[in-house]
Design a protein around this ligand. Structure first.
Ligand SMILES: Cc1cc2nc3c(=O)[nH]c(=O)nc-3n(C[C@H](O)[C@H](O)[C@H](O)COP(=O)(O)OP(=O)(O)OC[C@H]3O[C@@H](n4cnc5c(N)ncnc54)[C@H](O)[C@@H]3O)c2cc1C
Length: 456
């Protein structure tokens, strides 16, 4: 075998590219190669451009509140290009009884919001004396037990906005480990957050949402530049032969001492399951369609980021982003862009509908919520093949299995979409950790879970 490298990364999505970036920074001497199944880098991150409109197939942005992501932006010079939208200045809306109601931007506004009835606001305080349950629960069960059932639609919207998931199936321990640790330590989430706020970055207020003038793909373009990526090279099998990992593709075999799988959970499981049987063959993924709609100036779209609709509202559309309000340059002069999401974990059947049917249903839905006197001037239905991995009740067992596997398989490192989270910030954070472990051999060092803010 001639193809032996110090480090081999499988996958050139954001995870693989960010790992390569942090590794090159720490160990410029290291010989690294990335193998990529597709003909382009970036995986789920892809920007759409047509007739002056710019939208996203995948992520629409990420928050600037994670040190690892800020470091990556600084290293690449992208912090100079980034478009930042402060959450403080932009309203987000919830569809509530068929109307768009602003979400409270800070705890004081929770007291006056019509989204939670008076008795519901009082019930939230019961968190102070509700004893923590040590076992995992669904996010829905956990939120209702701690804060009462009037918060269910708000939490539903938060889970839809991040995972396009179902809060009654997702694991609180997997999605919010930091918050759970606070709850268990302090006996109450509110008390724990109060203590934490005094000592941490949570006191810095709301973060900003980041994208780039050329769209999210700019992040990939810059990260992929000059990286040794072999495109059209899908990995079929991995196997340890003495101290070398053999990595097989359709027409070649590569060898490496450090093998990094930077893949979504289900793609990684295909390569890992012959090393040790996982507790599940695959995890559920949620697919969404992005309906891109361009409107003329007659459209009266509320000023803000967009809205989300909890399931109990029975809407066709999960929510929509008011993209041209958020980021300049998303629509031709005098026009505006909306991006509406359809499908998700609860409604996979909607993904099978014809484009025309979807467009009609979304337009009907949106025009009952805002003034859209004319049908869209421009429309496209973007059907991403990438799904969002769902961290449901089987996830903790899968993570335990992974930890044990990592302990017994030296030289194998796992990072990527759906293991330790699903967001861009999760990927960059995990990439930096993986790069450090590979570069310095600090294997198996555990870290305390961070408390993530819930922004949606
Ligand atoms: C529709 C959608 C919307 C999203 N919205 C947001 C958002 O608004 N904000 C946010 O923070 N995050 C969002 N995300 C999540 C974000 O996109 C992911 O965190 C990130 O892109 C995951 O990167 P990754 O490299 O781990 O995985 P991927 O992007 O899936 O990349 C994996 C790469 O591995 C390659 N590959 C797969 N199998 C093999 C193999 N056997 N051999 C070689 N190569 C292989 C694939 O071709 C791909 O290029 C969204 C995701 C989706 C799908």
């Amino acid at each position: 075998m001639n193809n032996i490298h110090d480090t081999l990364i499988v996958g050139s999505g954001l995870s693989g590219l960010a790992i390569a970036h942090f590794l090159e920074k720490k160990r410029p001497d290291m010989d690294i190669i990335l193998l990529e199944k597709a003909s382009r880098a970036g995986g789920a991150i892809r920007t759409f451009r047509e007739q002056g409109f710019q939208a996203e197939w995948g992520p629409h942005g990420f928050l600037d509140n994670i040190p690892e992501s800020r470091e990556l932006l600084r290293d690449t010079g992208l912090d100079q290009e980034a478009q930042r939208v402060p959450l403080n200045n932009f309203l987000r809306f919830l569809c509530h009884n068929g109307k768009l109601i602003p979400l409270p931007q800070n705890p004081k506004k929770i007291l006056t919001t019509p989204l939670i009835p008076f008795w519901g606001k009082m019930r939230i305080l019961a968190d102070l004396w509700t004893k923590p349950i040590m076992e995992d629960q669904t996010i829905g069960q956990w939120a209702v037990r701690r804060f009462g059932k009037s918060v269910h639609p708000l939490v539903d919207a938060a889970v839809t906005g991040t995972f396009s998931g179902d809060l009654d199936r997702m694991s609180i321990d997997s999605v919010m480990p930091g918050l759970r640790a606070l709850e268990k330590e302090s006996g109450s989430v509110l008390l724990g957050l109060k203590k934490k706020k005094k000592s941490s970055s949570l006191k810095n207020g709301l973060p900003s949402m980041i994208n780039f003038p050329q769209g999210m793909e700019r992040l990939i373009e810059i990260l992929a530049k000059g990286k040794p990526i072999r495109f059209g090279t899908g990995v079929k099998k991995i196997e340890k032969k003495s101290d070398i990992w053999e990595v097989r593709t359709d027409d070649a075999t590569f060898g490496t001492r450090a093998l990094i799988l930077a893949l979504p959970v289900n793609q990684a499981l295909k390569l890992l399951s012959h090393l040790d049987r996982p507790p599940v063959k695959k995890i559920p993924v949620s697919k969404i369609i992005n309906v891109v709609m361009g409107f003329s100036g007659t459209a009266k779209v509320p000023r803000g980021f967009g809205y989300l609709a909890p399931e109990r509202e029975n809407r066709f559309t999960l929510g929509a982003m008011f993209s041209s309000h958020m980021f300049p340059g998303r629509a031709p002069e005098g026009q505006m862009l909306l991006e509406a999401l359809v499908g998700g974990r609860r409604h996979p059947e909607r993904l099978d509908l014809e484009d025309d049917d979807i467009l009609r249903k979304v337009y009907n839905d949106l025009s009952r919520l805002m003034e859209l006197p004319e049908p869209p001037l421009f429309s496209r239905v973007l059907r991403s093949t990438d799904g969002i991995p769902q961290l449901e009740m089987d996830h903790p067992a899968l993570m335990n299995w992974l930890k044990k596997l990592a302990q017994k398989t030296e030289g194998l490192y796992i990072s990527g979409f759906g293991w330790d989270g699903i967001g861009i910030n999760d990927m960059i954070k995990s990439a930096k950790k993986t790069a450090r472990i590979v570069a310095e051999g600090e294997y198996g060092k555990s870290e305390t879970a961070a408390v993530k803010g819930v922004y949606f």
